[in-house]
Design a protein around this ligand. Structure first.
Ligand SMILES: *Cc1c(COP(=O)(O)O)cnc(C)c1O
Length: 391
C-alpha cells in the first residue's frame, strides 16, 4: 500500500518535473508599487491593485470606522442576521454607479460567478463561454448542469454558429465572457457579442474584473465605456482589484438580484463578508468615481502608454487595445521561470504565468501596472526587460 503523503509526493514530482511547481511567498509589506519579501524590496509589477487603492488611507479610514460601529465579523450569512448596513450601502452604491436597478455583493468574484450561473441555468440549458474565460466561469458553468460550449477566443463567427445551434435546441442560452481578459488584457468585441446574443434571444453575463475602475466616464467598466451597459443582463466584477478591497458583485435588474438572493448557494450558504471590508469597498467605489479617481486613471493610462512604447521599442508585441495588463509571451515553462528569476535578481517582481492558467508552451510574464508606479519605475522595467529577456 502506498501511503497518503507518498502518493501526493508522486503527484508533486510530476508537477515539479513539468516545470509547473508553485509556492507561496510571504509578503512583508502593504500592497503597492514596492513590495518586500525575503527582507528585500522589489518594484511590483504583479498586482491587480490598478489604482493603488489597496493601501489608500480613505479605505483604511472606512475600515476603522466600520469596525468601531459594526465590529469585525458579520456573524452569519446575509439571510440570517449577517446583512449589515455596510453591505446595503455598498450595494446601493454599486447599483447607482453601474446604473442598474440593483446589485448584490458576494464574498468573492469567484463566488459571484458561481452563484449567477448555477441560479440561472440547469439541465437542458446551454452556456456558451469564450475560450479564455476565467476559471470561475468555467467551474460555475460545469456546476450548473447546463450544456457547456466554448467559442474560439473573441471569434464572433464561431459564437454565432454556437448560438444558432443552441437556439434550435430550445432552453435558456447564456453567453459569458470577460470584457478585458485577465491574462492578456485584450478586449472582447462587446458590440458584436451584444448584437448576436440579442439576435438569438440569449442572455449575456459580462465579467468586468479587470475593467472596473479603469474604463468608462466613472470607471464603471468597458460596457459603460462602449455605451452597452443597459443591454447586458448580468454585469459582474470584483472589489478586490481596482476597488482596493475584497468581494464580488453582480449588477442588474431587481428580478435578477431577487433571484440570486433566493437561489445562489454561494451567497446563501456562506457567512456575509466582513462589514469592514464592505465599507472599504464602498470607499473604493466612491473614490473611483471622484476627481481623485479620474486623476489616478489618467496616471495609470500614462504609465500604460510609456510601457507599451518602451516594450515595443525593444521588440515586444503589444496588444491592440490598451489595458493595465501587458503579456510578454516567452514560450516554454522553464524559460519563463528563468526569465522571472533574472528579473527578480534585478529587483523586479513579475510573475510567470504558466500552464494550466495558459496553454502549454505559451508561458508568459504578465506585467501589470498601477497608478502608483512612477515614470522611473516603468523606465527601469523597460531597461531590465531588454537585458533579462531572451527570446
Ligand atoms: C480575479 C477574477 C475573478 C475572481 O474575483 P475574486 O474577487 O478575486 O474572487 C473573476 N473573474 C476574473 C476575470 C478575474 O480576474
Amino acid at each position: 500500500m502506498v501511503g497518503f503523503d507518498e502518493q501526493l509526493g508522486r503527484d508533486l514530482d510530476e508537477t515539479r518535473d513539468a516545470g509547473l511547481w508553485r509556492e507561496l511567498r510571504e509578503i512583508e509589506s502593504a500592497q503597492s508599487a514596492r513590495i518586500k519579501f525575503g527582507g528585500r524590496e522589489f518594484i511590483n509589477f504583479s498586482s491587480n491593485d490598478y489604482l493603488g487603492l489597496a493601501a489608500h488611507p480613505a479605505l483604511g479610514r472606512a475600515v476603522r470606522e466600520a469596525v468601531e460601529q459594526f465590529g469585525v465579523g458579520s456573524g452569519a450569512s446575509r439571510l440570517i442576521c449577517g446583512s449589515l448596513q455596510p453591505h446595503h450601502e455598498l450595494e446601493s452604491a454599486l447599483a447607482k454607479w453601474q446604473g442598474t436597478e440593483a446589485a448584490l455583493v458576494f464574498s468573492t468574484g469567484f463566488a459571484a460567478a458561481q452563484g449567477v450561473l448555477t441560479s440561472l441555468l440547469g439541465l437542458g440549458d446551454v452556456v456558451i463561454l469564450d475560450k479564455k474565460a476565467h476559471a470561475s466561469m468555467i467551474d460555475a458553468a460545469k456546476l450548473s448542469g447546463a450544456t457547456l460550449r466554448v467559442f474560439r477566443h473573441n471569434d464572433l463567427e464561431n459564437l454565432e454558429k454556437l448560438l444558432q445551434w443552441a437556439a434550435d435546441r430550445g432552453g435558456r442560452v447564456l453567453v459569458a465572457s470577460e470584457s478585458v481578459f485577465s491574462m492578456d488584457g485584450d478586449h472582447a468585441p462587446l458590440a458584436g457579442i451584444v448584437e448576436l446574443k440579442e439576435r438569438y434571444g440569449a442572455w449575456l453575463m459580462l465579467d468586468e474584473a479587470h475593467a472596473v475602475g479603469l474604463y468608462g466616464p466613472l470607471g464603471q467598466g468597458l460596457a459603460a465605456a462602449d455605451g452597452l451597459g443597459e443591454r447586458i443582463e448580468i454585469r459582474m466584477g470584483t472589489l478586490g482589484k481596482a476597488a482596493g478591497a475584497a468581494g464580488g458583485f453582480v449588477c442588474g435588474s431587481r428580478q435578477l438580484i431577487d433571484l440570486l438572493v433566493n437561489k445562489a448557494r454561494s451567497f446563501i450558504f456562506s457567512t456575509a463578508p466582513s462589514p469592514a471590508v464592505s465599507a472599504a469597498a464602498c470607499a473604493g467605489v466612491e473614490l473611483i468615481q471622484s476627481a481623485e479617481g479620474k486623476a489616478l486613471r489618467q496616471q495609470l493610462w500614462q504609465r500604460v502608454d510609456e510601457l507599451r512604447l518602451g516594450a515595443g521599442s525593444i521588440g515586444w508585441e503589444t496588444p491592440a487595445e490598451p489595458s493595465a495588463i501587458l503579456p510578454l509571451i516567452v514560450g516554454g515553462e522553464a524559460k519563463a521561470v528563468a526569465t522571472m528569476d533574472r528579473l527578480r535578481e534585478a529587483g523586479f517582481f513579475i510573475p510567470a504565468i504558466r500552464y494550466p492558467t495558459v496553454p502549454r508552451n505559451e508561458a508568459r510574464l504578465r506585467v501589470t501596472l498601477s497608478a502608483s508606479h512612477s515614470v522611473g519605475d516603468v523606465q527601469q522595467l523597460v531597461n531590465a526587460l531588454g537585458q533579462a529577456v531572451t527570446r
